[in-house]
Ligand binder design. Structure first.
Ligand code: IPD
Ligand code: CA
Length: 265
């Protein structure tokens, strides 16, 4: 059964707002860490915020599958064909920023129908900015339509990125970072892929690229960039939902794409 995308978006909006507001209200607990990794942490609030989002989604759409960053082990058990609809949650994108008291973090939820994202919502609690889009509605920021910038030259562009440090500092992402930096006005690492993509969607930056990112980081915001007039592209895609991903204002897409490798690093 096809569901009206507005109902999907309404539910995604409630879920990102409730989950994001929970994290903001509980900011004093941002150091409650469940697990420490070499370059990352998992917080109690990551898990709590995902549970809040899941509860809202399951109360409205109990039959739909959910793929959340915090419990991917459960989700791999769901056969692809069981559900046409799949909700993709990143409860706190920018967990390290949040945990350290930096302000750039968000909650992101995308809805896929037959493997295509049809609705997405990203909520940035600190600035109270809600970014949304559906496949048949324009991209919006707090209810007003947004557009990507019209900058055409890479040399005048700001490109946002992240660095996958897992293979050491000689790894190709560092070389790609160097190339992008030398060819753009500014390159920034701001620490929250979904929030970064929303900056591209509303024209505050021209592009975003990252290798070694995951589907929950980009599902909602990739659609938001496209519906704001930009372009997004999975450059490579692996079975465990890992991707290398490029999104731009459209104008600089080909120039930026020429700087990034076509294989997963
Ligand atoms: C991370 C952020 C970061 C990006 C990493 C992601 P998380 O997500 O989006 O900007 O560089 O690749 O894993 O772990 O904070 O949800
Ligand atoms: Ca994330």
């Amino acid at each position: 059964m096809n569901i009206d995308t507005n109902s999907l978006l309404d539910c995604a909006v409630s879920a990102v707002k409730e989950a994001g507001s929970h994290a903001l209200r509980n900011h004093s607990r941002r150091k409650d860490i469940l697990k420490v990794f070499e370059h990352d942490v998992k917080l109690k609030l990551d898990v709590e915020c995902q549970a809040i989002a899941k509860h809202i989604i399951q109360s409205t759409f109990p039959e739909h599958a959910i793929l959340g960053e915090e419990d991917t082990h459960e989700l791999t058990k769901i056969p692809e064909e069981r559900d046409n609809y799949q909700w993709i949650i990143d409860p706190i994108d920018g967990t390290v920023n949040f945990s350290n008291g930096l302000t750039n973090w968000c909650c992101s939820i995308g809805v896929r129908f037959n493997n295509k994202v049809v609705a997405g919502a990203v909520y940035i609690p600190v600035s109270d900015e809600l970014f949304t889009a559906t496949n048949d509605l324009p991209a919006m920021r707090n209810g007003s339509e947004i557009h990507v910038s019209n900058i055409r030259n890479l040399s005048e562009s700001i490109v946002l990125t992240g660095l996958d440090k897992n293979n050491g500092t000689d790894a190709p992402p560092f070389e790609i970072f160097r190339k992008i930096s030398l060819n753009t006005r500014k390159t920034r690492i701001m620490g929250s892929a979904a929030a970064d993509l929303c900056q591209v969607a509303c024209g505050r930056a021209e592009g975003y690229y990252e290798s070694g990112i995951y589907i929950w980081d980009v599902a909602a915001a990739g659609l938001i960039v496209e519906k704001a007039g930009g372009k997004s592209e999975f450059i490579t895609r692996e079975a465990d939902n890992r991707l290398s991903f490029l999104a731009t204002n459209g104008e600089i897409h080909d120039s930026l794409r020429r700087l990034v490798p076509l294989v997963m690093q």
